[in-house]
Design a protein around this ligand. Structure first.
Ligand SMILES: NC(=O)c1ccc[n+]([C@@H]2O[C@H](COP(=O)([O-])OP(=O)(O)OC[C@H]3O[C@@H](n4cnc5c(N)ncnc54)[C@H](OP(=O)(O)O)[C@@H]3O)[C@@H](O)[C@H]2O)c1
Length: 210
C-alpha cells in the first residue's frame, strides 16, 4: 500500500519504518514543504517519498501524525471525503491547556465534560474522512525494534467505518505488529485514547505452542 503521513516526526519515523520494512511505500509531509524533508527521507531510506500534505492525503491510507495543537492547521485545505484517515494523535494539553480548538476547549477535563473523544473532534475537522483511531496508545519507544523477530506489540484500533478499519488492521498486521479492534470510535477510543484504561499499557501477542 501507499501510506501518507501528515507530520514527519517520531510517529512517522517509527511506524513508517515498520511499513517500509513490510514492503509498503510512504509519502511524508510537514508544514514546511517537501524540500525540508531530505534528511528525514534519507534516514528512512528507499520506500520513503517527501511530498506535500495533499500528496500524502492522496495515498491509500493517511496517518495524522502532528501534535494535537497543530491538528486544525494540519487537516486544513484537504478534501477528506472518502479518504481513510488514521488518527494517531493524543490530545495532550501541551503547550498550554484550555485554549480553543475548533470552538471546543481541549483540556482533558473539558473533553470529558463534552462527553466526546478527541477522535470525534478530529472527525468534525476532517469532514467526510473514514476515520480510524490507531497507533496512539503507546510511546513509539515501545515499537522501535525493527528486527524480524521483534515482539508482536498490540496496537489498538477503533472506528465506525468497518471496511476502513479492516484495511487499517490488515496494514498494521502486515508489519508484524498486531492490531486489535476495540469497536466504534466512541466506545473504542474512550478505552485507548490518552487517559483511557488501555492507553499506555504494553501488550504483546504471544502464540502458545502446544
Ligand atoms: N511520539 C510518540 O511516542 C507518540 C506515540 C503515540 C502518539 N503520538 C501522537 O502522535 C502525534 C505526533 O507525535 P510525534 O511524536 O510524531 O511528534 P513530532 O515528532 O513532534 O512530529 C510532529 C510532526 O508534525 C509536523 N507538523 C506540525 N504542524 C504541521 C502541519 N500543520 N501540517 C503538517 N505537519 C505538521 C512537524 O513538522 P513541522 O513542524 O516541520 O511542520 C513534525 O514533523 C502527536 O499527536 C502525539 O501525541 C506520539
Amino acid at each position: 500500500m501507499k501510506v501518507g503521513f501528515i507530520g514527519a516526526g517520531n510517529v512517522t519515523g517509527t511506524f513508517g519504518r515498520h511499513l517500509i520494512n513490510a514492503g509498503h511505500t510512504i509519502v511524508v509531509s510537514n508544514s514546511r514543504g517537501p524540500e525540508t524533508l531530505a534528511d528525514f527521507v534519507a534516514g528512512l531510506g528507499p520506500g520513503t517519498i517527501a511530498g506535500t500534505k495533499q500528496q500524502a492525503a492522496e495515498c491509500d491510507v493517511v496517518v495524522l501524525a502532528a501534535h494535537w495543537v497543530k491538528v486544525p492547521e494540519a487537516l486544513k485545505g484537504i478534501d477528506w471525503r472518502g479518504r481513510i484517515l488514521i488518527d494517531a494523535t493524543n490530545a495532550h494539553m501541551d503547550p498550554k491547556p484550555d485554549i480553543s480548538l475548533a470552538g471546543v476547549t481541549r483540556s482533558r477535563a473539558a473533553l470529558k465534560l463534552t462527553g466526546r473523544t478527541s477522535s470525534e473532534l478530529v472527525a468534525e475537522m476532517a469532514v467526510g474522512a473514514r476515520l480510524v483511531k490507531s497507533i496512539s496508545n503507546m510511546p513509539m519507544a515501545w515499537i522501535q525494534d525493527f528486527s524480524p523477530n521483534k515482539p508482536r506489540t498490540v496496537i489498538f484500533t477503533s472506528g465506525d467505518d468497518i471496511e476502513a478499519k479492516r484495511l487499517v488492521i490488515e496494514l498494521i498486521n502486515s508489519t508484524g505488529l498486531i492490531a486489535i479492534d476495540l469497536g466504534s470510535l466512541v466506545i473504542g477510543s474512550a478505552m485507548h485514547d490518552v487517559g483511557g484504561p488501555l492507553s499506555g499499557i504494553e501488550f504483546h501477542f504471544v502464540q502458545r505452542l502446544r
